[in-house]
Design a protein around this ligand. Sequence first.
Ligand code: ATP
Ligand code: MG
Length: 394
Amino acid sequence: MKTFVIVKTHELALKGKNRPWFMRHLVNNLRKATKGTGVQSVWQAHLLVGLTLADEADWPAVRDRVKQCFGVAKFFKAYDIPLDLGKVKEALPPLLEGRSFESFRITASRADKRFPIKSDEICRELGTYVKDLTGARVDLSKPDLQIFLDVLPSGILLYFEEVRGYGGLPVGVSGNVMVMLSGGIDSPVAAWQMMKRGCRANFVHFHSYPLVDKSSIEKSAELAQHLTRHQYGCKLFLAPLADAQKQIIVSTPPAYRVILYRRFMVRITEALARRHGAKAIVTGESCGQVSSQTLENISVIDQAADMPILRPLIGFNKEEIVDLARTIETYPISIQPDQDCCSLFVPRHPETRAALEAVLRMEAGLPVDELVRDAVVNTETREFAFEGLVEQTR
Ligand code: ATP
Ligand code: MG
C-alpha cells in the first residue's frame, strides 16, 4: 500500500500571488528535514504538501522532523487505497492491529463527488464493518480513535490522528537575521521565534576567553547545533569581548559596565550581520527582566546600532520563556553552568536608567572603532549542519 504524509499549511494559504514561492520553500525545507528517513519524494498539490514514504521509511523519525519544520500547521500519515470501499475494508484490519480503542468515529469527505457513495453512507457502512471487526462502539463526540477518509479523484486517503506542527512560515522566506546567542535560556527561544516567522538565523556568541573558561562557547555551540533542526544549517560566530571589556573596566564607572558591554556587542553584531547578509539583530531581552532591560537602557543600547534590533520576547514573562524553552528542548542545554562574559567585573546593582549623554562621554575616551574592528577580525566561525544533511555539507 502506498503511504504518504500529508502536510497542511495555514498562513501560506493567505499569501496570494507569493504563495508558490512560499510553498517552494516549504517543499525544499521538508526535503532537507527528512533526508535519510526513507522519504521517496516531496511534492506539492495546491495548498498541500505530500511526502511519499518508502516501505522501509522510519515514521517516528519522519514525524519528528516534519513537526520541527516551520510552515507546517498539521500533518498525518495517510494510506492510499483504490476507489472502492471493499478495498478499504481489506486494508483496515492490519492498520487497526495494535491500536486499543473502545470507541471510534469515522469521518469521510468526498472531494470527488463522482464517487457514487455519499459521505454519510460511507461512514455508516464502514462503521458497521469496524464495529463487527473490533467490538468497539461508535462515539461521535469523544471517540478513542478517529478514522478519516478523504475521497479524492485518484483514490481514497485513509488516516488516523493528525499531528500539530508549529505553523508559521518556512525558514528562508523572511530573510536573514543575526541572533545574539548568550548560552542562557532566553536567546535560543528568541531565535526560535524568529525562525518560526521565516527568518534564517545565524548566531553571534560573545566570550571573554581567556579571562573565563570556554564553557559558554561550548554551550552556544550546542544550542546552535540543536536549532539546526529547524533550518538545517547555520553559522556561529565566536566574537572576543575581552579586549573591549578590559578597556571599559579601567576607564568607566562600574554601574555602567553592562550597558557598555552590550553596546559593544551590538556594534560587533551589526558589523558581522552586514558581512553575512542579515537584515536585523535579534536578542532575548524581555521588558524589565533585569537591570539592563529597562526601557531606558534598551533605548541606549539601540542607539549603538543602525540596524533594527528585534526582541521577540519583549512581552514574555520569565515563566513563559522557560515553558517554551522546555518545549523546544533548549532548556536542558541552557541551564548547564557556564562562565558568562557579562558577569565579569559587574556590580550587584548596575545602572537601570543609563543616560545616553553619560554613555557617549565615557565612550569618547575609548577607541571604539578599533575595538570593534579587532573583535570582528578575531571572530572565529563555526558551521553546523543538521544530522540528515551532514554528508551533503562535508
Ligand atoms: P539570556 O537568557 O538569553 O542570556 P538574559 O535574561 O540572561 O538572557 P542578559 O544576560 O541581559 O539577559 O542578555 C540579554 C540579551 O543579550 C540576551 O538574550 C542575548 O541576546 C544578548 N547577550 C547577552 N550575553 C551575550 C553573549 N555572551 N553573547 C551573545 N549575546 C549575548
Ligand atoms: Mg544571559
